[in-house]
Design a protein around this ligand. Structure first.
Ligand code: SAM
Length: 239
């Protein structure tokens, strides 16, 4: 399914405080360096329009959420959605303003980064630090020669395992059966310590924003099956 045209946040949404380029990020990505305290940090890769990040961060104020989105326009749109979800759609109510250097903690507990997640996981996220990694409906890259571009690949799953704290979760949902099956086999071979995938259920939605992600809404509305699992890093293996 083709993607719809994405709109930037309207003028009434002061989304700047929720948005960073990779150059504006601290060298090491932790709750402390990004948000100024030690709440558990969850990262979503490929946030798209930001529905998951906006709803998870309002539902769980005791955790921090960092979204990484490679398509700059989508990252800005998602930052606007977070601002709106956190009640900052009216600039008169925004106590911070847009003039942030990228070093000031954002108001609230969610932040969008415009950039590629892979080098950030490779170099800037400490071992045993994350409460969760979320990957929902990653681009399938159907052609075999393009498969190494998939965000869930041999290298990234090793990084997810390394950066998750003991008990930390890796959530992987897709509507592409081939991607799902290949990934389950690949994780068993590459990171057997992740153990077996745990099936996840999505509750019924009662309204348009009640879906887990935007792509999940599209799949369910079109009766396309969705494959949902999570892995948990064992408590007794800190490595
Ligand atoms: C198919 S969309 C799914 C969006 C959203 N997760 C959802 O379920 O609605 C996949 C998203 O991943 C983003 N993406 C692809 N490769 C990425 C990477 N290496 N780092 C960060 N984002 C990436 C794409 O730009 C796209 O927005």
């Amino acid at each position: 399914m083709p993607r719809s045209t994405i709109r930037l946040p309207g003028h009434h949404v002061d989304w700047g405080p929720w948005f960073r380029t990779t150059e504006q990020l601290p060298a090491t990505l932790t709750s402390e360096s990004l948000f100024g305290d030690q709440r558990p940090l969850e990262i979503e890769i490929g946030s798209g329009k930001g529905l998951f990040l906006a709803s998870a961060s309002t539902r769980q104020p005791d955790h921090h959420f960092l979204g990484i989105e490679i398509a700059d326009r989508y990252a800005r749109h998602a930052a606007g959605r977070i601002a709106t979800a956190h009640g900052y759609a009216d600039p008169d109510r925004n106590p911070v303003g847009t003039d942030l250097t990228g070093q000031t903690p954002p108001p609230g507990n969610a932040l969008m980064v415009s950039g590629n997640a892979e080098p950030l996981f490779e170099k800037q996220i400490p071992d045993n630090s994350l409460a969760a990694v979320h990957v929902y409906f990653p681009d399938p890259w159907w052609k075999k020669r393009h498969r190494r571009r998939r965000v869930v690949n041999e290298n990234s799953v090793r990084n997810f395992y390394r950066t998750l704290r003991p008990g930390g979760r890796f959530h992987f949902w897709t509507d592409v059966l081939d991607y799902f099956e290949i990934t389950i086999e690949m994780i068993a071979a590459e990171v057997p310590r992740f153990g077996v995938p745990i099936p996840e259920q999505q509750a019924e939605s009662t309204h348009a924003l009640d879906y887990h992600t935007h792509f999940e809404k599209r799949s369910r509305e079109n009766a396309i099956p969705v494959y949902r699992v999570r892995y948990e890093k064992p408590i007794d293996q800190g490595e």
